[in-house]
Design a protein around this ligand. Structure first.
Ligand code: AHR
Length: 500
C-alpha cells in the first residue's frame, strides 16, 4: 500500500493557467491544414479556422498560444502577413522542409484564432533577422489605440480595434537557430530590442520574455542574467518578466535516430520517462541561478517548448516533424504537468510543442479527419488545475524500471480550486504493475469523489482507422475511508480524482 499525504491547509502557490499553454509554429501541417484551412475549404470552418479543431481545443481550455515560432519566428517578417492575401509575399520556410510559405495566416488570422479559442496571445518576435523598428512597429500595429501610422494600417486592414498581446518573446533560441549568439551578445540585443516593446495599452502590460537556455545550459542562464541585470534599475528586474527554457524528451541521445513514436519496447519506455523526469532538475537548477538575481521570483520561468521528439513517421516529410502519440506520450505529459504544478512558484507558463500535427500534438489531422491523441486526454484531465492553488502532497514511491533506467512508480500533484474542490492527478509509470494507494487528507472530510482515467497498453494510440482506441473512462474503483480515498491504480495510467 502506497500512502499519499495531502494537506489542504498548506497552500504552496498559484498554478497559472498558462502552464497549460500550447505552441503553434509555421511548421509542417501545424498551422496550415491542422488549424487553418481557409474560408473556401470544404472542411467546415469559421473564418478559415477548422471548426472541429477549435471545438476540441476549447474543451481542454487552451489558456495561451505561442506563435509564429520557434525557429520560424526569427525569419518571420510580420508585414509580409498582413493586407489582401493575394498581395502577400511568398517566402521559403528554410527551417522546415523548404516549402513555400504564402503568408495567408498572419497577425489578423492568429488573433482571430485566439479569439475563437478564448485564449491569451503569446507572440514571438524576430531578433535573429529582424530590426528593432520592425519589432517596435509590430507591437504598435497590434496594440496601439489611437492615431499612428501602424494603428491606421491595422484599421485599413479591417481591424480598427487594438488587440491584447499578453506575452511577447524577444527572439527564440538565439543560442542556435535564432542567430547563434553568445549569451552576452544576445543579452545586449535583448536589452535594446525590449526597450521598444512598448506598453501602448495602459490597462494591459506586455509580459516580456527573454530567450533562455536549452536544456542544461546553465552558463547561458547565468550569462544572460548577468548582462541583463548589469546597472539595470532594480524595479525593472533585468528588463524581463520571463526567461524561457526549452527541453525536449528524446528516447535516444542521437538526433539522427531519436527512437520511434510507436513500436518501442519496455526498455525504451523507461528511458523516455527517465529523461522526461529530468525536467524537475532543469527547472530547479535554472531557478536557483535565477534566485541569485531575482530572489523574490518576480521573473517567471517560461518553459515555452517541451514534449517528446521522435523520428518522423515513415513516408512523411522529415522537415514536418509529424509523429504518432501513444500512452507513453500521455505519461510524459502527466509527469511534466505535475512538475510544472509543483514548481509553480517559478514556472509561470509552459507550452507543449506543438498543438497539431507536429511533435507531441494533442490533435492529428488527415484531410477532413481529426483524432485526439492520448496527450490530449491528459490536458483534459488536468484542466482543473488551471488557476487553482497548489497544496501540499507527498506520495510514497518505489523505484522501478530497467537496470539502466530507473523511475519512481508513481507521480502526482494536487491542487484546490476556488470552490474548495481538491483535484488530484496521479500517474502510474509501470508497464505491468498496479498499485494500491491510500490517500490521507489532513483536516478534510471527503463527501464525494469523481474519478476519470486514461489507461491502456504502453504503445496504444489512436489512428485514423481506429480513432477511439485510447480514451477516457469513468473510474469508480475506490472507497472512501475516514482519512481519505483508497484505490488501485492500473499500470500505465493517468488518473484524475476530484474530491469534494
Ligand atoms: O518545435 C520545433 C523547433 O524546436 C522549434 O522551432 C525550435 O525553437 C526548437 O528547436
Amino acid at each position: 500500500m502506497y500512502k499519499m499525504y495531502i494537506n489542504p491547509n498548506i497552500k504552496k502557490g498559484h498554478i497559472n493557467k498558462e502552464i497549460y499553454g500550447h505552441f503553434s509554429e509555421h511548421l509542417g501541417r501545424c498551422i496550415y491544414e491542422g488549424i487553418f484551412v481557409g474560408e473556401d475549404s470544404h472542411i467546415p470552418n469559421t473564418r478559415g479556422m477548422r471548426n472541429d479543431v477549435v471545438a476540441a481545443l476549447k474543451a481542454i481550455k487552451v489558456p495561451v498560444l505561442r506563435w509564429p515560432g520557434g525557429c520560424f519566428a526569427d525569419e518571420y517578417h510580420w508585414k509580409d502577413g498582413i493586407g489582401p492575401k493575394e498581395n502577400r509575399k511568398k517566402m521559403i520556410n528554410t527551417h522546415w522542409g523548404g516549402v513555400v510559405e504564402d503568408n495567408s495566416f498572419g497577425t489578423h488570422e492568429f488573433m482571430e484564432l485566439c479569439e475563437q479559442l478564448g485564449c491569451e496571445a503569446y507572440i514571438n518576435g524576430n531578433v535573429g533577422s529582424g530590426s528593432v523598428q520592425e519589432m517596435n512597429e509590430w507591437i504598435e500595429y497590434m496594440t496601439f489605440d489611437g492615431v499612428s501610422p501602424m494603428a491606421t494600417l491595422r484599421a485599413q486592414n479591417g481591424h480598427p480595434e487594438p488587440w491584447k498581446v499578453s506575452y511577447f518573446g524577444v527572439g527564440n533560441e538565439n543560442w542556435g537557430c535564432g542567430g547563434n549568439m553568445t549569451p552576452e551578445h544576445y543579452a545586449n540585443m535583448y536589452r535594446r530590442y525590449q526597450t521598444y516593446v512598448r506598453d501602448y495599452n495602459s490597462d494591459s502590460k506586455v509580459f516580456k520574455i527573454c530567450c533562455g537556455a536549452n536544456s542544461n545550459d546553465y552558463a547561458w542562464t547565468k550569462g544572460v542574467l548577468e548582462t541583463c541585470f548589469k546597472n539595470a534599475p532594480e524595479h525593472l528586474h533585468g528588463f524581463m518578466d520571463g526567461l524561457s527554457l526549452h527541453y525536449y524528451t528524446l528516447p535516444k541521445d542521437n538526433w539522427q535516430d531519436k527512437g520511434n513514436a510507436t513500436g518501442f519496447d519496455e526498455e525504451e519506455w523507461y528511458t523516455t520517462l527517465e529523461k522526461t523526469l529530468r525536467m524537475e532538475e532543469l527547472v530547479k537548477r535554472h531557478s536557483t541561478i535565477m534566485d541569485e538575481y531575482d530572489p523574490e521570483k518576480k521573473i517567471g520561468l517560461i518553459v515555452d517548448e517541451w514534449g517528446t521528439w521522435f523520428n518522423v513517421e515513415s513516408g512523411t516529410n522529415p522537415g514536418f516533424l509529424y509523429q504518432q502519440n501513444t500512452m507513453r506520450d500521455a505519461l510524459v505529459a502527466g509527469i511534466n504537468l505535475n512538475i510544472f504544478n509543483k514548481n509553480c512558484d517559478r514556472v509561470k507558463m509552459a507550452n507543449i510543442a506543438q498543438m497539431v500535427n507536429v511533435l507531441q500534438s494533442v490533435i492529428l489531422t488527415e484531410g477532413e479527419k481529426m483524432i485526439l491523441t492520448p496527450t490530449y486526454y491528459v490536458f483534459y484531465l488536468y484542466k482543473n488545475h488551471q488557476d487553482a492553488t497548489l497544496i501540499h502532497s507527498h506520495l510514497q514511491t518505489t523505484t522501478i524500471g530497467s537496470k539502466a533506467h530507473q523511475v519512481p512508480n508513481l507521480h502526482e500533484s494536487v491542487s484546490m480550486n476556488e470552490e474548495g474542490i481538491i483535484n488530484i492527478t496521479i500517474n502510474n509509470l509501470s508497464v505491468t504493475e498496479s498499485y494500491e494507494i491510500e490517500s490521507i487528507l489532513t483536516d478534510w472530510n471527503i463527501k464525494d469523489v469523481k474519478g476519470t482515467i486514461l489507461t491502456n497498453k504502453m504503445d496504444a494510440y489512436n489512428s485514423f482507422e481506429q480513432p477511439e482506441a485510447v480514451g477516457l473512462a469513468d473510474f469508480t474503483d475506490f472507497t472512501l475511508t475516514e482519512q481519505g480515498i483508497k484505490f488501485t491504480l492500473p499500470p500505465c495510467s493517468v488518473l484524475h480524482l476530484e474530491a469534494k
